[in-house]
Design a protein around this ligand. Structure first.
Ligand SMILES: O=C(O)C(=O)C[C@]1(C(=O)O)C=C[C@@H](O)C=C1
Length: 283
């Protein structure tokens, strides 16, 4: 691979560009963005080698699309129209069903690979890009059988070289499971932040009372609404179903408190401590 085009040069596109360039110094990273200021910043930070436009994509060996998922759905067919027969397009979106659907009948479907690198931070834009973001992280790959074998093989090597492990999943299962683990966490954090802001009013009190507990549970509430609104929209059914379960659990906890059932509260917390083993891979 010689010419890699990053459409979106923010946290994900920029971090992928850093690591891919580090492992493949001969590659030329071309950046594409709606905003020239973003591209200039990416150039200045050394995330990309050159600025480019969608009209240059015929020259691409690989195109990495890391933009909000609504923009991906809108732009993906045009991107595929523009690439050569030997080019591959991958996306890094947090939803997979809508994205796979929009290209299912595209004549260049075999030149597309749907991915979701499970990595990120609450920050966005080129200044948020960091080296090594993907080390030890999972890359969920969907509908791999619909992509030309030689193309997927090359791309997957690029991602395993920068430290990712690959997990295959269908788009429906991906969207269901990611709603539980990632999307619900963001809603929970946003609404925790809102509750504390509404309740406290005095921002100085929030600042003084905020230890690392609050900081870690509310971290995701700093995330970008431009990124998250379209994710919730595309994954609405799964997110609503998950939210219902979460609200039931919150209500259950409140009822236990009101009825002084602290033994049951103890048990609920003790059972949930199992999350520690799950996240340590002891399952
Ligand atoms: O850790 C964070 O800050 C993230 O938001 C990363 C996170 C996640 O939920 O884990 C968010 C969205 C991406 O689709 C993948 C990863």
């Amino acid at each position: 691979m010689k010419n890699i085009y990053a459409i979106g040069v923010g946290l994900i596109g920029g971090s992928l560009a850093i690591d891919i360039k580090k492992h493949n110094p001969d590659v030329i990273i071309h950046g594409i963005s709606r905003k020239d200021a973003t591209l200039e910043k990416a150039l200045e930070l050394g995330l990309i080698d050159k600025k480019a436009t969608l009209d240059d994509l015929g020259n691409a060996d690989l195109v990495i699309v890391s933009i909000p998922v609504d923009a991906t759905v809108k732009l993906l067919p045009t991107i595929l129209d523009k690439i050569s027969d030997t080019g591959l397009v991958v996306d890094a979106g947090s939803t997979k069903e809508a994205i796979c659907k929009v290209v299912e009948n595209h004549p260049k479907r075999r030149n597309f690979l749907a991915m979701h690198p499970i990595a990120g931070t609450e920050h966005s834009g080129p200044t948020a890009a960091i080296e090594g973001l993907f080390i030890g992280k999972t890359n969920i790959v969907c509908e791999v059988e619909k992509t030309t074998f030689k193309l997927q093989e090359k791309a997957l090597k690029l991602f395993t070289d920068i430290g990712m492990r690959i997990r295959y999943m269908n788009p429906k299962d991906h969207d269901k499971h990611i709603a539980y683990v990632s999307h619900l966490s963001h809603i929970s954090s946003f609404m925790l932040g809102k509750t504390v802001i509404d309740k406290e009013r005095n921002e100085r009190d929030i600042f003084d009372m905020a230890g690392s507990g609050f900081a870690s549970t509310v971290r995701l509430a700093k995330s970008s609404p431009e990124m998250w609104t379209p994710i919730f929209k595309q994954n609405k059914a799964n997110v609503v179903e998950t939210l219902e379960e979460y609200i039931n659990n919150l209500t259950h906890f409140k009822e236990l408190m009101k009825s002084d059932n602290f033994d049951e509260i103890f048990n609920e917390m003790q059972n949930t401590n199992h999350i520690k083993d799950i996240l340590n891979g002891i399952v």
